[in-house]
Design a binder for this molecule. Structure first.
Ligand code: FAD
Length: 445
């Protein structure tokens, strides 16, 4: 059996890594000159800059990968202060209470909302509505203030999305389970609390992980953009645009690329899936790194960062305080901010000229963090034209269609399939590799 994998982001890399361990022949095609996809770390001057994800949650699966790759000495754990998050509210940053007791004692939420929170456990559950949005779910169970000033900013931070459009059972299925199984979200949290995971990165940034995976893979072919997949006599033929490439046949195909990249490749062989994939939404996100001298910043940066609710009408969606989270992101006498502009609710702002975005970010940071410097020490700009797939009504068709193709030996390991976070992509990659191993065993039996 031979497997063709398209895309060497974390999803495709994990599939290939597992297949190599199992001795299953495969080729992994990557259009870029290096693996990683969204996970892109750059060292410029004395700065470690992340263009995509800034950190990941250490699940047992990722811990195992790190051990296998002998990356333990490279791991950096997040500073404990990064458990604290700030939300912009009424013109200033407010610390979000991090425990139920603190929340009740704090003035962050109005009295009426606190009363509503206490009532949630007595609110009868409603039958599952697969099309219920995050907004509808939270407004129904906790009220508008919780939605606007706690949930929406986090939804923006994780999915770059709009809670009015994202579906609750696709984004936070555990909350739906809590309501259905235990009768309320709070009862569910008590009886089946989410596991606490460490937040980590690597000394040279998150791309250390995909680079290490890639360096061990014998079948990785970088600089090979796949342009077409065809099927003939039960075999898949992958064609690339590289002049030196001779098309190869595969028994199994793994698609590990974004939906919008998969559409043109599959149009000929799987027109139904290609059509469904065309509808998957990916909002743009601009990532702006800004450095200041520490002495010029008046605000105490003890936390992970700050989120900006849409209602507050700020220019950016949120800011990560990198130099407070991980060591050596910048020199000791400087601070490094990563500002995210865009996502579905703020998409308009990414369409402005680049210089205007840089200026907008600096002015907002200057105002909100009491920065005395007229100019940053350094600024860097990166634009994701299509950043993160939106788990809204439109993705459902693509996911359903993708499942039916498994009987044709086509598997999806990509962030539009079963979760956008790195840990979800790793989990999905492992699952797909396991299915292929079972297929291989069945064929040899
Ligand atoms: C700005 C941003 C911030 C994020 N922050 C976090 C975070 O803090 N924590 C977290 O857990 N997750 C975060 N995520 C999400 C997470 O990084 C991604 O969901 C995940 O890395 C996607 O991995 P993937 O392998 O599925 O896809 P991708 O990373 O998109 O990889 C797909 C690969 O396929 C290649 N490819 C595409 N087309 C072709 C073709 N035709 N031929 C060959 N190769 C092709 C691409 O070059 C790419 O390398 C963030 C994402 C973004 C964009």
């Amino acid at each position: 059996m031979r497997v063709g994998i398209i895309g060497a982001g974390i999803s495709g890399l994990v599939v290939a890594h597992q297949l190599q361990k199992a001795g299953i022949q495969h080729d992994l095609y990557e259009q870029a000159d290096f693996p990683g996809g969204n996970i892109k770390s750059v060292r410029i001057k004395n700065y470690v800059l992340e263009m995509g994800p800034n950190s990941l949650l250490l699940t047992p699966e990722i811990e195992k990968l790190i051990r296998e790759l002998k990356l333990e000495p490279e791991v950096v754990e997040a500073n404990p202060v990064s458990g604290t998050r700030y939300i912009f509210r009424d013109g200033r940053y407010r610390r979000l209470p991090d425990s139920p007791l603190k929340l009740m004692a704090d003035t962050y939420f109005h009295f009426k909302t606190k009363y509503r929170l206490l009532q949630e456990r007595f609110l009868p559950p409603k039958p599952v509505n697969p099309h219920e949005t995050i907004s509808q779910f939270f407004e129904r169970r906790f009220g508008r203030e919780v939605l606007d000033y706690a949930v929406s900013p986090f939804v923006m931070g994780i999915f770059a999305g709009d809670p009015d459009q994202l579906l609750i059972n696709k984004t936070f299925p555990k909350l739906v389970k809590y309501e259905q199984v235990y009768g309320s979200v709070q009862k569910g949290l008590l009886k089946d609390p989410p596991k606490r995971r460490k937040t980590i990165s690597f000394k040279n940034g998150l791309q250390t992980l995909p680079l290490a995976l890639g360096s061990k893979l014998l079948g990785l072919q970088t600089g090979y953009p796949v342009e077409m997949v065809t099927k003939s006599h039960g075999k898949y033929i992958i064609s690339t645009t590289s002049p030196d490439y001779v098309p190869r046949e595969y028994d199994v195909l793994v698609m590990a690329i974004p939906a919008h990249k998969a559409t043109p490749l599959l149009e000929y062989t799987f027109p139904g899936l290609a059509a469904a994939l065309r509808n998957v939404n990916y909002p743009p996100v601009a990532v702006v790194h800004t450095v200041y001298k520490k002495a010029s910043v008046g605000f105490s940066l003890k936390g992970f960062g700050a989120l900006h609710p849409k209602k507050e009408n700020l220019f950016s969606a949120g800011v990560i305080w990198n130099s407070s989270i991980f060591p050596n992101r910048c020199p000791d006498d400087e601070v490094l901010f990563t500002t995210f502009v865009g996502g579905t609710p703020f998409a308009e702002n990414t369409r402005r000229p680049r210089m205007e975005i840089l200026k907008g970010v600096h002015e907002e940071l200057k105002r909100n963090y009491q920065i005395s410097a007229e100019r940053p020490v350094y600024q860097h700009f990166y634009l994701w034209h299509q950043a993160i797939p939106q788990y809204d009504l439109y993705i459902e068709d693509a996911q359903q269609f993708a499942k039916t193709l498994e009987t044709d030996n086509v598997f999806i390991a990509a962030n539009w399939c079963s979760g956008v976070s790195i840990q979800h992509c790793v989990k999905r990659g492992l699952k797909v590799a396991k299915k292929i191993q079972e297929l291989a065993s069945a064929q040899t039996a």
